[in-house]
Each structure stands twice: as structure tokens, then as C-alpha cells.
Design a protein around this ligand. Structure first.
Ligand code: AHR
Length: 321
């Protein structure tokens, strides 16, 4: 696809030639419209900072819109970016489905779309040029694999698991659930007894954990939280119920934010699977390449690892978010 910025540049250069000021047009900054999910977690805050900082560093004009966890706000923001004729639209979709129409509008306006962090389910993959972000299924698998290994310490015990899911319909919630289930599938001693959404927030994580504790009490052996914020909220609920998080209840979460490292150092969280939010520099590079007409990869997978509590104190000083 040839995107409209080239036309703008060509028109600009022609006009500049007539006016005798070509340098002014050559320096026209790249304009990216970015629609963010919201500010629901420590991870999200770090992601926003990374994108804003990278744009500043690269001289990119960033039009930033916070969707407050609502798909309708993201659709509005994307339509507004199209109307403003930005050079590139980037967004982290709140949920996976329901994007075909608005992305077709962007395509017809010849504005390239880059997905950051989360995937979309669309009938036509040419509706976006690139998807930069983590492999959420793999993160779920890593969380499950850690538990399978941990279970080997008590091979005869049945471990009852409660799961705090992320936002309903979001790629990380669907994929982390899938990957975890896949990893524990062969183990009859690992049983998910409750699973509910905590919407990726601390407040909801606490609230839902309170409900789990009320319903299941001491039957709960393991908490699997789809992000650190929900785990941190749940830790509070567990303590208020007079139990010891990390000991009476094994806690596994995802993201690897500083708050999780602090919880691990305090002995309240057992492991966090990393999900790297620092996507800003790569996003700027892909955006620049795409408007320059270079080929960009359809999928860029973020490199990540797993941090069990045993390494938390040593790793903490290296954490960037
Ligand atoms: O899409 C990434 C997820 O969204 C992070 O794990 C979570 O913390 C965030 O809200």
C-alpha cells in the first residue's frame, strides 16, 4: 500500500520549491495518533511513558488519546486521527474483536495502522501493517510451567487454583488463560476451581479475591493472576483474611513490574512472568520505516523472561519499570 504521507511530502516539496524553502518541508515531523487502553495498571503507566518519551526523543508529534478501557472511545479516537490525517495510527486494543469497520476506514484513507501490545481478530490481516508486542499465550504457558515444576515438591497434594482473569475479551486475558491451561493440562493434581475477571486492576483483583476466599476459604492453594496489579490487590485480601500470601497461598502473576518485585522481596508473591511494556522505541522505528516505504515485519515479538522470588532482590536494581 502507498500511504498518504508520501503524497503530502511530494506536494509539500513542490510547493516549497516554488516558495524557495524546501528545508522547512523536509523537516516536517512525523505525526502518530496513538490510542491507549487506559491507565489500569503499573504496566500500562510504564507503557504510556515509554511511548511518550520515545516520540519526544525521535521528534515525532504524538496525538495521544486515553480510551479509559472502552472500545467505543478507541473507535472514536481512531476516526478522529483519520479526520486529522495523521501519518500513522497506532493503538493497543482494549478487546480483540470488533475492529474491521474502523480499520477499513483507516485503510481507505491510506493511513497505516500499527498494533502495539495487543492483537486484534480481523477478517483481513492487511488492515494493519505490523503488530508489536508480547506472546501472551507463551506467558500463560510460562506461568503454568512454573507451577508444574513447583508441584513436584509436593507430588501427592492436590493444588486448588483460583484464577484472576484480565479484561473480558482482551487478547492477554484470552491468551494467558489458554497458555496456562495448556501447561497444566496433563497434571490431574492441578485444578482450577474458580476463574473470574479482575479487569487488570488492583481494586477489582482485591474484590474478586475476597469473593473467592469467602466461597472457598482455606481450600485455595494457588492464585494465578493475569497481571501483577490484580495479584497485589489480592495479596491485600489474603492478608485481611488472616492468611499469608506467598506461603498459605502460592501466588503467580504476570508483568514483572517493580510492585511485583517488592512483593516478592517481602515474601508475598512467588513468581512473576515478564511482559515488557517498553515498546516506545520499537514503535517509533516501525512507524518511521513504514512511512519511508520500507518493508516492516508483520509481527515483532517482545523478548521476556520469568522471575521467581528467589532472584527478586538481585534483579530489582535492574528493573526499568
Ligand atoms: O496488555 C498487557 C496487559 O495489560 C498487562 O499485562 C496488564 O498489566 C495491562 O493492563
Amino acid at each position: 500500500m502507498t500511504f498518504h504521507r508520501r503524497t503530502v511530502l511530494a506536494t509539500g516539496l513542490a510547493a516549497a520549491f516554488i516558495l524557495g524553502a524546501p528545508a522547512a518541508f523536509a523537516a516536517k515531523p512525523l505525526v502518530i495518533g496513538f490510542s491507549q487502553v487506559g491507565a489500569e495498571s503499573e504496566w500500562r503507566t510504564a507503557n504510556t511513558v515509554s511511548i511518550k518519551d520515545a516520540a519526544k526523543k525521535e521528534g515525532v508529534t504524538l496525538k495521544f488519546a486515553d480510551a479509559q478501557q472502552k472500545q467505543e472511545n478507541q473507535v472514536k479516537a481512531i476516526r478522529s486521527f483519520i479526520a486529522q490525517r495523521v501519518d500513522v495510527i497506532a493503538f493497543s486494543p482494549v478487546v480483540e474483536s470488533g475492529w474491521d469497520t474502523v480499520l477499513l476506514e483507516a485503510k481507505r484513507a491510506r493511513i497505516p495502522v500499527i498494533l502495539t501490545d495487543r492483537a486484534v481478530k480481523v477478517s483481513d490481516p492487511s488492515l494493519y501493517v505490523s503488530f508489536l508486542g508480547s506472546d501472551f499465550v507463551e506467558e500463560g504457558r510460562r506461568a503454568g510451567n512454573w507451577l508444574v515444576e513447583r508441584q513436584k515438591k509436593t507430588p501427592d497434594a492436590v493444588l486448588n487454583i483460583v484464577e484472576l482473569q484480565g479484561t473480558v475479551g482482551s487478547a492477554p486475558a484470552l491468551d494467558r488463560k489458554k497458555g496456562f491451561e495448556e501447561a497444566i493440562a496433563g497434571n490431574a493434581k492441578l485444578k482450577v476451581i474458580r476463574s473470574q475477571t479482575g479487569d487488570f486492576t488492583r481494586a477489582k483483583g482485591k474484590e474478586v479475591m475476597e469473593a473467592f476466599l469467602k466461597a472457598e476459604g482455606k481450600k485455595i492453594n494457588v492464585l494465578y493472576a493475569h497481571n501483577d496489579d490484580m495479584a497485589i490487590g489480592a495479596i491485600q485480601a489474603i492478608e485481611e483474611a488472616g492468611l499469608k500470601p506467598g506461603k498459605d497461598i502460592i501466588i503467580i502473576s504476570i508483568d514483572g513490574v517493580k510492585g511485583a518485585f517488592e512483593a516478592m522481596i517481602a515474601g508475598k508473591l512467588n513468581v512473576t512472568v515478564e511482559c515488557n511494556p517498553l515498546l516506545g522505541p520499537q514503535l517509533m522505528q516501525i512507524a518511521k520505516d513504514v512511512v519511508a516505504g520500507k518493508a516492516v515485519p508483520k509481527r515483532v515479538v517482545t523478548q521476556e523472561s520469568v522471575f521467581p522470588a528467589e532472584v527478586a532482590a538481585k534483579e530489582f536494581p535492574n528493573r526499568k519499570y
